[in-house]
Design a protein around this ligand. Structure first.
Ligand SMILES: NC(=O)c1ccc[n+]([C@@H]2O[C@H](COP(=O)([O-])OP(=O)(O)OC[C@H]3O[C@@H](n4cnc5c(N)ncnc54)[C@H](OP(=O)(O)O)[C@@H]3O)[C@@H](O)[C@H]2O)c1
Length: 273
């Protein structure tokens, strides 16, 4: 029997897709989250909090590989420090970190924290792999739904929406492999403006509307105009298109993990793009 893989945030949008792939590869999985989840064959849930550093030593015990997905709008840098400290205590042999495209380039707290989390992992001495991903289709759908109801759309903002299944497959492959350092960013096959994103959602619903582009002000606007949020260097363009996703979504073929957020604003401070 091999030791289990630890997946922090394994109950989330991405984690829920990765865990079955790791199981499919014959590995036992321990999932850490604050609220827990239902155990199943080969999957054991444990409670812990990466931001507070609670429950980590017990979760890390007897594991050699950790996929760190747990994250939120705030504190991913603090969480990374706790995760790295626990990894050092436990003698972790491979720490896989998910980050976001444009980390370090976009003046938003969430993105800055991701950049700092990368640095903490890079400098930790723990053998690591870092994958930067673009915004998932599932994350952008509630935003498109909201914007679709308005006459306005952010101007000059381009995104590379990516299929969650493709990101999960890449993460599973990396977790099952050897430490690889920073690997090619994973993004979707197309770069779309927000206006195109919303227009494709409208079209999938059989609608067509004219919208007014509103520039994003200040340094954030400049960063978006410069494409600072986009993948750079080595890039893996994977998975299906946004148009395919929204077409399935409007015909209810896509299970929406966060359907509630279609009608409710994201938590304050959340800045997903
Ligand atoms: N979704 C995207 O488009 C995207 C793109 C690039 C990178 N990422 C990154 O990928 C990671 C996963 O994203 P996701 O979309 O799957 O997020 P998600 O759906 O919000 O899930 C977050 C997961 O982390 C757990 N979690 C959150 N805070 C925690 C804490 N302090 N301690 C322990 N567990 C915690 C959550 O469970 P509990 O609430 O029960 O704790 C849940 O399992 C995040 O780091 C995110 O920044 C996401």
């Amino acid at each position: 029997m091999t030791e289990p893989l630890l997946v922090t945030g394994g109950t989330g949008t991405i984690g829920r897709r990765v865990v079955p792939l790791l199981r499919g590869a014959g590995r036992d999985v321990r999932v850490l989250s604050r609220h827990g989840g239902a155990d199943s064959a080969g999957v054991v849930n444990v409670i812990g909090d990466t931001r507070r550093g609670a429950g980590l030593d017990a979760a890390f015990e007897g594991t050699a590989t950790v996929l760190h997905l747990a994250g939120g709008p705030k504190g991913d840098d603090v969480a990374a420090r706790h995760v790295v400290d626990a990894a050092l205590r436990a003698g972790t042999r491979h720490l896989v970190l998910i980050s976001v495209t444009g980390a370090g380039e976009v003046p938003i707290g969430y993105v800055r924290a991701k950049d700092e989390a990368e640095r903490i992992v890079r400098d930790s001495g723990v053998p690591f792999t870092i994958l930067r991903a673009a915004q998932l289709h599932e994350l952008l759908l509630p935003v498109a739904v909201k914007l679709s109801a308005m006459r306005l759309v952010p101007h000059y903002v381009r995104l590379e929406p990516v299929d969650g299944a493709a990101v999960a497959a890449r993460l599973a492959e990396l977790t099952l492999g050897a430490p690889a350092g920073r690997v090619a960013d994973i993004v979707g096959p197309e770069t779309l403006t927000f206006a195109e994103l919303v227009a494709q959602y409208d079209a999938a619903r059989g609608q067509r509307r004219r919208r007014i582009g509103i520039p994003v002000p200040g340094s954030l606007g400049r960063a978006y105009r410069d494409g600072a949020n986009l993948a750079r260097g080595s890039v893996d363009r994977a998975g299906g298109t946004w148009r395919e996703f929204v077409t399935r979504a409007v015909t209810a073929e896509v299970a929406l993990p966060h359907a509630r957020s279609i009608v409710q604003p994201p938590p304050s401070g959340a800045a997903p793009f």
